[in-house]
Design a protein around this ligand. Structure first.
Ligand code: COA
Length: 233
């Protein structure tokens, strides 16, 4: 079903937003995942993503955030490291990179969000994993240099998160608009039915980051970006 005239909310947090009480929102499986992260920053990114997801969904489903029945089943192995989902409920997507954590929520259909820190040194081999032949052929150095690659990357990762494929879907089979144009899916080898069904939005994660949002069957959505302070504090 195609819906129109609706909103999709995006919340942005930074690592300094994390508080001890956010950990209390995690269920036992989420606690287990949190504890397996070796680095404190990874634990905080994960905790913030879970806390924001639960705090955003709670009022919509009429439950305390800690009781929102989130699942995270991996499509490949069933282990709880897949996309967060709530049966019959709003669609949600989570991304983290560097200092930023983002949660996107749409009540009307699949959503995918991706943020990447652009300031880090890029291994040039990543271009071969990200760019489709047409994109690589268009220019030796994609518009915007490294940040151009991050723009391609976030556009494609938002798409493969909206479909739930994740990295099972090779990014090289997807062609998107170049970084100096608004985001648009141009072609997806074997999946061209998706081309007319996806809308994409550039987001504003702040300096040093690129971010993109993709929605399926939700044209003309109003995308609203918020700081997570209103959820987390
Ligand atoms: C989804 C994926 C592209 C994210 O990559 P990333 O750039 O490292 O990380 P991001 O921070 O942008 O996104 C991670 C979030 O994506 C979500 N996610 C995981 N799998 C997802 C999928 N298939 N579709 C959509 N979202 C997914 C989770 O919410 C995850 O965060 P969390 O674990 O803290 O809740 C990548 O992890 C992936 O492809 N995973 C599936 C493949 C896989 O892990 N297979 C395991 C085989 S058993």
């Amino acid at each position: 079903m195609v819906v129109t005239g609706h909103t999709c909310d995006v919340w942005w947090a930074t690592l300094s937003d994390v508080r001890p009480e956010h950990t209390a929102l995690l269920n036992p499986i989420e606690h287990g995942r949190r504890e397996r992260y070796v680095r404190a920053a990874d634990r905080d990114r994960f905790t913030l993503g879970v806390a924001m997801t639960r705090l955003a969904l709670g009022p919509l489903v009429g439950l305390p955030p800690a009781e929102v029945p989130l699942t995270r089943s991996c499509r490949d192995c069933g282990e709880p490291h897949g996309p967060p989902a709530i049966a019959g409920g709003p669609h949600v997507s989570v991304s983290h990179s560097g200092d930023r954590v983002a949660v996107a929520l749409s009540a009307y259909g699949p959503v995918g969000i991706d943020v990447e820190e652009c300031s880090r040194q890029l291994d040039r081999a990543i271009e071969r994993l990200v760019l489709a032949p047409a994109e690589a052929a268009a220019t030796d150095a994609p518009a915007g240099g490294d940040s151009g690659i991050f723009t391609y990357w976030t556009r494609k990762e938002a798409l493969i998160k909206a479909t739930g494929d994740g990295l099972r879907a090779p990014m090289t089979e997807i062609t998107v608009s170049p970084p100096d144009e608004p985001p648009r899916l141009l072609a997806w080898s074997g999946r061209d039915d998706l081309v007319g069904r996806i809308t994409m939005y550039s987001l504003d994660p702040g300096p040093g980051y690129a971010a993109c949002l993709a929605l399926i069957d939700q044209p003309d959505a109003e995308v609203r970006e918020h700081t997570a302070a209103e959820l987390l504090h």
